[in-house]
Design a protein around this ligand. Sequence first.
Ligand code: ATP
Ligand code: ZN
Length: 317
Amino acid sequence: MDANLSRGEAPAGGSAYAPAFLDALVGAGLLVPTGVQGLYGRSAVFEAVGDGLNGAITALGADQLAEVLRFPPAMGQRDFETSEYLQSFPQLAGTIHSFCGDERGHRRLLARLQDGEDWTDQQQPSGVVLTPAACYPIYPVMARRGPLPEAGKVVDVLSYCFRHEPSLEPTRMQLFRQREYVCLGSPERIVAFRQLWMERGQQLARALQLPLEVDVANDPFFGRGGKIVADSQREQKLKFELLIPVNDGAPPTACMSFNYHMDHFGALWDIRQADGGVAHTGCVGFGIERLVLALLRHHGLDPARWPSGVRATLGSA
Ligand code: ATP
Ligand code: ZN
């Protein structure tokens, strides 16, 4: 991989390599390129569709009596370490570094810049890490509150998430939004929650008139050991995805995921059920950008001309 690509910048020659769908999105002003792969601005039209989706997801989850929690797209380094993200997905993580030096250090930094040399080794870790999945910040919060209510709990989260996976596919961004409902409680509660949301996810995609399939999936666990974990995740059917064709000549894209973590997060954070047992957790994740892109792909680049049923589902009829 050349140095530009590993930094997530466009390859020399730029858009010549870009797939046609990305070109069309950029041409219509829906996504605004920044010169970094997977890092885009969004137009008002794109954002309005995303807002409509979020509204539809809120309506779908009204009976969940979820606690709404919003966090900025970052979490403390200690909590991030406890999550064991680095054990499973070191390749995706993003850390925030800042200049913490004195004036001499500043002069060194400026000299590096001036000479076109790497200046990033003049930065120090800030103790803050980018959020990798919207549900991560809530586990330490729930653990600190003490045992869960008798019936368990559902939390509604929405966050920009960072994953270092630069790509020319518009569906694979480095910063994107996940809307999630997260359920904490007994194993039976989580299994029923996930079943309900697998049905509701399909119901939403059908209301949006999108072609879909649901399939068992795995997360991209790192390395040779990771393959074993990924195989076991598939065998135990812990993750399902709702897939929609979006990209040119590529397999369908996961636009929603339905996850059962068993007692993984409960044990890491020491989250307890009301009876003192370790809590099980699960989440349903909606990829906001991917769903907007799926709608643009299947109904055209002008949402004003989408079928009336689709517009009604998005609250824009
Ligand atoms: P867990 O919480 O179990 O780690 P998750 O549900 O939070 O998993 P994923 O299943 O990996 O995380 O992602 C959820 C959704 O986020 C995906 O279905 C997809 O729609 C969206 N998504 C994931 N990666 C990207 C990306 N690089 N660009 C855009 N959207 C993405
Ligand atoms: Zn999650």
